[in-house]
Design a protein around this ligand. Structure first.
Ligand code: AMP
Length: 368
């Protein structure tokens, strides 16, 4: 990995954030609480993060001049999405520290590179194979079996760029439908539940994990998260260790999320890693209202070169519900739910599948 640059910000310094979605917005709000400023770079003039910062750069990621001016205005640069173009990261890295380091993007932007990296660490994943043609897809199916999940190597999210292949499916049709020559086939994991670990790592190597989160998806999009996950302590410990090992191996500075499958029975590993997100993550939103320090604040602290917090959960049960698409129209009902904390992202039109806000419900700890 690249030598991670040392950063030590002081209050009043400016963090540059690539990407202007709700994650950038919540990062900027956490930074403001710590007396730090943010400047957001995004090509979308309607970026919700623009609303909460004084300075915004609205330009394409290929606009080298805009990137250079942006870099000159800030003290450190971070990102809220993993598909930052490599060329943009290179331009910025020549001028200011980019954290987490840009080499991490090469691993996490490519499902094959990511799975190879996880496997090299001795951590379990679903069985997988590189697929570049319908012939290699057929070979992979023989090796891995069905059902299986075909995924594009790059630019897949919320189930986009994925197809489940079942016995009897027309393989050639599935392959053409994916529309790329660069894919992986994964064994379908008969998971008992899905969990994620949100981990923060400082430049000094301090790692702090939040309590393991349990995640429920609807139409491949995260719908509800609960913390702590209903799993035995030993398994939660194993999941946190997996995340810590990944963060150490990447020489990571900031917050990362590791999505995992929990297997019910069997003699093999109990958790398999599905995906690494090199950024704050939707399944960590509960930490804003349910913990002493949020994932957003941990990320800001890490990239500022400040000590990480020791996260303490406030309540026994936490439910984070995403408001997706036109569910946002019912926000006034949520506002009246006792104990609910409502977050609206200030996005314009509620399109299907678009994350528009979330609600956190925290039950107080017993004895409080
Ligand atoms: P991903 O884009 O890889 O995070 O996948 C989105 C969702 O699809 C996951 O959260 C799972 O619910 C499901 N999924 C992805 N890969 C697999 C797999 N190999 N086996 C079973 N379910 C999967």
């Amino acid at each position: 990995m690249t030598g991670t640059k040392r950063v030590k910000l002081k209050p009043g310094d400016t963090i540059g954030i690539l990407g202007g979605g709700q994650l950038g917005r919540m990062l900027a709000m956490a930074a403001a609480r710590l007396g730090l400023r943010c400047q957001v770079f995004s090509p979308d003039p309607d970026s919700p993060a623009f609303d909460v910062v004084l300075n915004a750069t609205c330009a394409e990621y290929a606009d080298v001049e805009a990137l250079e001016l942006f870099a000159n205005d800030v003290d450190v640069i971070t990102y809220e999405f993993e598909n930052v173009p490599a060329a943009a990261a290179l331009v910025l890295d020549a001028r200011r520290p980019v954290l987490p380091n840009r080499k991490i993007l090469e691993t996490t932007q490519d499902r094959l590179a990511e799975k190879d990296f996880i496997t090299r660490l001795g951590i379990g994943t679903a069985a997988y194979a590189d697929v570049t043609s319908v012939a290699s897809l057929r070979e992979a199916i023989v090796r891995i079996g069905l059902p299986a999940v075909l995924k594009t190597r790059r630019f897949g999210y919320d189930g986009k760029g994925q197809a489940i292949i079942r016995e009897g499916d027309d393989i050639a049709k599935v392959w053409t439908g994916l529309g790329t020559k660069s894919a992986i086939l994964e064994a379908f994991v008969p998971f008992e539940r899905e969990i994620s670990v949100i981990a923060a790592r400082s430049a000094e190597g301090q790692v702090e994990c939040f309590d393991v989160t349990e995640n429920e998806h609807r139409d491949h999009i995260l719908k509800i998260s609960r913390a702590p996950a209903a799993i035995p302590d030993a398994l939660a410990e194993e999941a946190r260790n997996v995340a810590g090992k990944i963060a150490d191996a990447l020489d990571y500075v900031g917050v990362l999320a590791v999505e995992m499958f929990v297997l019910a029975n069997g003699t093999g590993p109990k958790v398999l890693v599905n995906e690494i997100a090199p950024r704050v993550h939707n399944s960590g939103h509960w930490t804003l209202d349910g913990a002493s320090v949020s994932q957003f604040e941990q990320h800001i602290r890490a990239i500022a070169g400040w000590p990480l917090g020791k996260p303490v959960r406030h309540g026994e049960v936490v439910t984070m519900t995403n408001l997706i698409g036109d569910e946002i129209n019912r926000y006034t009902e949520w506002l009246t739910v006792p104990g609910a904390t409502v977050h609206l992202y200030g996005k314009g039109t509620p399109k299907p599948g678009r994350k528009m806000g979330h609600v956190t419900e925290v039950a107080p700890a017993r004895g409080k």
